[in-house]
Design a binder for this molecule. Sequence first.
Ligand SMILES: Nc1ncnc2c1ncn2[C@@H]1O[C@H](COP(=O)(O)OP(=O)(O)OP(=O)(O)O)[C@@H](O)[C@H]1O
Length: 764
Amino acid sequence: MSSLLGAAAGFRSTDLDVRPRSVISGRQRWDVKLVLGRPQAAEVLAAVLRRIPGITEAQASPITGGLLVRHDARVQGADVGRLVRGAVALVVSGSAGARRPAPAQPAAGAAPRTGRGVVRPALAVGGGVVAGLALIRGASLGKQLVALGGVAVATGVVVRKAWRRTVDAARDLPGTAAERHPLLEIVGPHRRRLCRASVLSVACQVSEMALGTFLGWTALVLIKGQAGPLVRFGLTTASAQLWGLTGLVGVACAAVAGLSYASNLQWRRLGQEIEHDWRNRTYAHVQHLELRHLEGERTTRIAGVLSDDVRQLGAFFATSANDLLQLSTSLALLVPLFLWLAPQIAWIAFLPIPFIAWLSFHYQDKVTADYAVSGEDRARLHSQLVNTLEAGATVKSFSTEDYEAERIDRLSAEAQDSSRRTDRSTIRHAEVVRLCTTSSMAGTLLIGGRSVLDGSMPFEVFSPLIGLPQMVMVRMNRLGGIVDQYQRTITAYDRVRRLRALPAEIDGTGGPLDAEEVRGEIVLDGVTFAYPDRPPALEDLSLTIPAGRVTALVGATGSGKTTIARLLMRFQDADFGSVLLDGRDVRDLSRRDLRQAIGFVAQDPFLFDGTVADNIRYGSFGASDEAVVEAAMKAEAHAFVATLPDGYDTVIGERGAALSGGQRQRIALARAILKDAPVVILDEATSAVDNETEAAIQRTLRAFAADRTMLIIAHRLSTVRHADRIYVMDKGGVVAEQGTHDELLAQHGLYASLWQLQAGELAA
Ligand SMILES: Nc1ncnc2c1ncn2[C@@H]1O[C@H](COP(=O)(O)OP(=O)(O)OP(=O)(O)O)[C@@H](O)[C@H]1O
């Protein structure tokens, strides 16, 4: 570290700016100016933070200036800001190594990647071109060729430096292959289509330039009576030349149209394939994330990455990559053409290129943070919109429609403000590019015109060259848009990679678990567990849930009942102690096998937007219609389903919005019954149904539970009175009492007083 943290230099006071972006339990995001565009500072800051006990993860992005910090219970959420500010101050105060190394002085410990590595090849290429031409064209053109060589070298340096910077920044992203540019990472396995599309684009561009040349010759025939170059092809008269040119123009037009159609099709397909591929792979990863990460991210944020960001990856290749390639091709053709035909004006024609390239990459640096902020603002707005729409009834019941409208208005104004900032920079950049290209065109006309007038360049050479650079310069005008899209793509890529860097669930290595052979004995042995940044939900808890019996967990709210179910299903793992199923630690089992062996009805069951039958069949997709109906009968759902307009084919809307709470619970119960697992956990599964229906469910469940282990979590004691064993949980995740219903009543303790309270309420 000391090699990285050297003497202080090069930071501004604004680099100490640190602002919270989102704060949730155990995970915080911050905007840190210091790291923006400085991969090494990002690296050092993350390393400093990771050394702090209690900080479990720290990642800083030089692309967006974002810092992600995860921490455990040893660090209080309120302290993270202080720690981040301290770490930033530390990096700023002792940080030569945290700066990007200057090209000529690479920092200690950093690879010398920008200095000689960039200048050398650029100089070699530029110098080679100049020397070659000086030899061919003679020494009289020395000055112009040196100028052009300078333009080529400057362009090479700027482009290469920007390319390296993006690679360096991307290298900090977890899971990114070293030394590969993000664009190559994005293309992934679709290189063949990229090549195909590129070849077609290049061919199209060549045809377009040929078309431009033919049109220039046509003008020459009309002005001067003939075009010299055509005489060599045997077309000696003006009329023959016109006919010949008409044919050539026709062929070139057809080629441009056909090739443009084919190349656009290929680019669009490439874009779609990239989008499809990245969405599928990212979504599959999200599905396998540890639940704590899934719960730790805002759903709308993940949805945003999977829809908008992934679409951006494809969109860049569908349009902007094509534009970029066409621009490069026209330059690659025009530069030698100019050098050969009119080297005296080549340097002025191409003078704006390094400047535009520098301007574009400078602009890219400037707007990176603005893009990240505006993306974040839009995500917040989207999240609030979705939340408010979902909370329609709550909003109306509190008459807070105006309050919500104001909230959206405020967030929308913030999003508008940040978009306005990026728009201003984008438009300014595009206009400066236009100014440069127009000036260069004027310069080409003036200097070229003077050469024609003083006889140093023939008019027939100059004439076609007037139009060709214009074609390039028109494309150069699009460079602003391309850089804008490129920037959006890199920012989107950064977000996608960060999502994909979250760890997936890891399976135990203790071999498979056959659901058929599970007896269902569950033992918690000295289990302690705390959610991040919270006091322990369970503390040194030991209890046994015997196989083939009905066991109940009752007691104080927040006493850890649901947490026990979550540990058993490995949504979380115990911090200390172990959870055993048939004597095997659940951490050693395959999560899939374990969860296959457990039927679970959550406190707030989720129903999908589909039919009743689809929802009952969820997870047991091969079940017959008869089995679905039978499960619904056991869950006392059949009677109400039969009254729905389309019975089991009735669509129940998002989250089952078209059903009552009790009906939703019974569908979820039917789903768990259909799964027919050897262990069943019902977490407040019947809390929303009336007493009479619940009694009926209890009767059928008794038969269903005969050959399996059932764990019932409930507040309503009538739900559990027939259980073989009841554990009464108290605050802090400890067992206060245990026994059967009668034994617990006889103890005259917590359970007995709860029973009296509830029985009294029932009687009243
Ligand atoms: N995802 C979570 N993140 C942080 N803390 C949590 C989370 N889920 C639960 N907790 C906390 O853990 C403790 C135990 O919660 P748990 O849901 O297990 O209690 P419970 O006994 O099932 O409560 P209830 O009877 O109200 O359903 C509570 O203090 C709760 O606030």
